[in-house]
Design a binder for this molecule. Structure first.
Ligand code: ZN
Length: 143
């Protein structure tokens, strides 16, 4: 008796964000143009990411997406040595950082920085990765 050859392993899922989700779609649309946007409160001016229904400072629902400075400082980081997401197994080790932009917006984001080169306090700037025609991912890299 012969057995069929094992099936070729399927390509790991890309695990891409749903860029059509209405609450975050404006962010992804701006990302396609390599423009960093954040949500700004129309009443008190608070700026933040990600989207929230109510301003955490004044409880206003008057929110909009507006361009924000794409540069800032690396506040902290971790180095991933295990791929918890199978689609990232070829990328390890990689760095996930908490970036605080010059406008004070916090992004928890992957860095285009080798693990040994990440330093708390380093200057970073937005780095865009066009993954598909619809999805552009934000990372930050050394400025
Ligand atoms: Zn507000």
């Amino acid at each position: 008796m012969t057995y069929p050859a094992p099936a070729a392993p399927k390509e790991a899922p890309k695990n891409l964000p749903d860029v059509t989700e209405p609450k975050s779609a404006p962010f992804w649309e701006a990302a396609k143009n390599h423009v960093l946007v954040a949500q700004r409160c129309g009443d008190c001016g608070d700026v933040r990411f990600p989207y929230v229904e109510l301003c955490p400072k004044c409880w206003s629902t008057n929110q909009s997406w507006e361009p924000t400075t794409p540069e800032g400082e690396l506040y902290s980081f971790v180095v991933y040595h295990r791929a918890l997401d199978p689609s990232k197994k070829d990328d390890i080790p990689y760095v996930i950082g908490r970036v605080v932009t010059d406008e004070g917006v916090i992004f928890n984001v992957r860095l285009d920085t080798a693990p040994g080169e990440a330093v708390v306090g380093m200057r970073v700037k937005a780095s865009w990765h066009d993954v598909t025609d619809e999805v552009t991912l934000l990372r930050f890299a050394a400025a």
